[in-house]
Design a protein around this ligand. Structure first.
Ligand SMILES: [Zn+2]
Length: 117
């Protein structure tokens, strides 16, 4: 009888795709991975390296043709990734508005501190 795998996304090929830190090559502990979101055959996971402290966010996809993953190095914690995941996208209008603001001769630090407090 085959033992039940408590962590199916970490079986077979998928574990090899996200098993080493891209910065220091230390092996990840799969139990330290945090699943941020899961849908049918896709998992969004966050893993922090125990050795160097860097983190990756990876999308692991299982389809009829196999398993693939796309990962990126991030400075976000797992909680930050969840918090920003649902934030609205920055639009080109937002960037233009910021550009216009920066053209004015304002003390940005003073402006931000007034608007935060
Ligand atoms: Zn590392």
């Amino acid at each position: 009888m085959k033992p039940e795998n408590k962590y199916p996304i970490f079986s077979g090929e998928s574990i090899r795709l996200v098993s080493y830190c891209p910065l220091c090559n230390a092996q990840y502990n799969p139990l330290s991975a945090k699943i941020l979101e899961e849908r049918d055959d896709a998992h969004l996971i966050h893993i922090q390296c125990r050795k160097c402290g860097s983190s990756i966010v990876a999308l692991v996809l299982a389809s009829g043709v196999g398993i693939s993953s796309v990962g990126l190095i991030t400075d976000l914690s797992g909680d930050d990734a969840l918090r920003f995941k649902n934030n609205p996208t920055i639009s080109s209008d937002d960037i233009l508005q910021l550009y216009d603001f920066l053209q004015k001769d304002v003390d940005i630090i003073k402006h931000l501190s007034l608007n935060i407090s």
